[in-house]
Design a protein around this ligand. Structure first.
Ligand SMILES: C[S@@+](CC[C@H](N)C(=O)[O-])C[C@H]1O[C@@H](n2cnc3c(N)ncnc32)[C@H](O)[C@@H]1O
Length: 443
């Protein structure tokens, strides 16, 4: 019914939803999550929905408690009715309101938003806000962008741990050469120096950067902090000449979908100065997708000046009012993959790469990828686009991840990347218990 109404209203952004919680909620897990993707503005909660606890105070059944805690992230206005009718023996009229406030305070998403250091706290105000992905190869990033990156303690800690582990594994006798490819304002250079100290190995760092503004900061840091432990090289890593070959190339050129900021293309060039047994940190990265429902994001995209163009662009988004339509477990003897599926991956250095006399690949066809994915859709919903994520292996089991089900295990509270949203030009209704097949190519 709701879908019919909003389609008749052509997804008018002024159309909002009031959920009436008078009838008992369905107990099947997942059925209610579709409402997370809708513009909930009000929740109607009559006193008759409450049950009495052992002491006679009004409380909600378990399922309703969980659902209300979940939707509190939308900050709905809760309309209580019949609170003065004396349906419950203890607590009076105020008990209903106190109970709803308690649910809000104990809502996991509200608590996350209030906890310093979490992504939810860091991203307040950015939820469901469409941002154009960065193009650090084409554009020279501004100082404010670097400053935002540098606020992420998790990403740099992961890198330092990875470089330390790689150095510890290196044969003792050798002087190790590290190249930071795309050094920005130097946070990875500083972490490499810290890793050298931690590992007690002898190593030297080159820092390559093509952005003249960031390079000025690097020059300042070399003069004041690093001295002769670091040599700076200005230029594009695909063409710059290095005085010696490197054992370890450290880079951070990743986008929310892994390769979407041209990391593979840049690192193809940087692999020229890696020794044959040298390693890259990251060693590999993979892109992941899941079908997504969000009338909020669908509307935001359509509100763009050129609607057609706006629909053909991916956006970096801190998801909030979204619902992933797929789930694990599949139809027809497991023909469907997991809820969030891997599309493709890239590894560095490429083994068996065909290279020209300068050590560069003659074409870029090796970076073309395609994938065929099949998702299981357990509950009916409207498909508005795809959610994109990445996961990277830095070194051995040390990684970075924004995969929704694995990020907390691999790089909890990492702030640097929000997921990518690929909008669809036309949304599509998918019935319950269906398969959704997706074929995509990246060239
Ligand atoms: C995402 S930023 C990361 C900066 C820094 N390493 C950090 O972690 O804060 C990527 C950096 O790589 C630089 N970069 C991108 N492509 C490059 C290329 N082809 N050659 C040299 N630097 C490049 C950009 O200018 C930018 O400073």
């Amino acid at each position: 019914m709701w879908d019919i109404i909003r389609c008749i209203c052509d997804y008018n952004p002024r159309l909002t939803l009031t959920l009436d919680l008078t009838p008992p909620l369905p107990s099947v897990p997942g059925v209610l999550s579709r409402w997370a993707a809708e513009p909930i503005r009000h929740v109607f909660l009559p006193a008759s929905t409450f049950i009495a606890n052992a002491k006679g105070y009004p409380v909600l059944p378990k399922g309703s408690q969980t659902f209300i805690r979940e939707i509190m992230k939308h900050r709905p206005i809760v309309i209580l009715s019949g609170a003065a009718d004396g349906l419950h023996s203890r607590g009076g009229e105020a008990a209903y309101l106190q109970y709803v406030r308690h649910l809000e305070k104990t809502s996991p998403s509200v608590m996350q938003m209030k906890t310093a250091g979490t992504v939810e706290n860091f991203a307040q105000g950015y939820q469901d806000y469409l941002q154009a992905p960065l193009q650090p190869l084409m554009d020279n990033l501004g100082s404010i962008t670097y400053q935002t990156f540098e606020q992420d303690p998790v990403k740099y800690e992961r890198y330092e741990t990875a470089v330390t582990a790689a150095l510890k594994d290196w044969p003792v006798s050798e002087r190790i050469v590290i190249v930071v490819a795309g050094a920005g304002r130097g946070p990875l250079v500083a972490r490499c120096l810290a890793a050298i100290e931690r590992s007690e190995k002898e190593a030297f760092v080159y820092a390559v950067e093509k952005n003249p503004n960031a390079y000025v900061t690097l020059q300042g840091r070399k003069a004041q902090e690093w001295g002769d432990k670091v040599e700076l090289l200005f230029g594009d890593m695909r063409t710059v000449q290095l005085p010696e070959k490197a054992d370890i190339v450290v880079s951070e050129l990743l986008g929310s979908f892994g390769d979407n900021e041209l990391s593979p293309e840049c690192l193809d060039g940087a692999m020229r100065f890696l020794k044959p047994n040298g390693i890259s940190i990251p060693a590999s990265y993979s892109a992941y997708l899941a079908p997504l429902s969000s009338s909020k994001l669908y509307n935001e995209v359509r509100a763009g000046k050129d609607e057609l163009k706006a629909c053909e662009t991916p956006y970096v988004v801190m998801f909030q009012a979204v619902n992933i339509l797929s789930d694990d477990g599949g139809l027809e003897n497991g023909r469907c993959g997991p809820q969030v599926q891997e599309c493709w991956d890239f590894e560095h250095p490429r083994r068996e790469a065909v290279l020209d006399e300068q050590g560069l690949p003659p074409t870029n066809t090796h970076n073309t990828r395609s994938a065929k994915l099949t998702f299981h859709i357990p509950h009916a919903g409207v498909l508005h686009g795809l959610a994109g994520y990445f996961e990277a292996i830095l070194y051995n089991d040390i990684g970075l991840s924004i995969h929704p089900l694995r990020k907390d295990r691999i790089s909890k509270d990492m702030l640097s990347w929000f997921p990518l949203f690929f909008p669809l030009k036309a949304c599509a209704f998918i019935c319950s218990w269906k398969m959704y097949r997706l074929c995509l190519t990246m060239s």
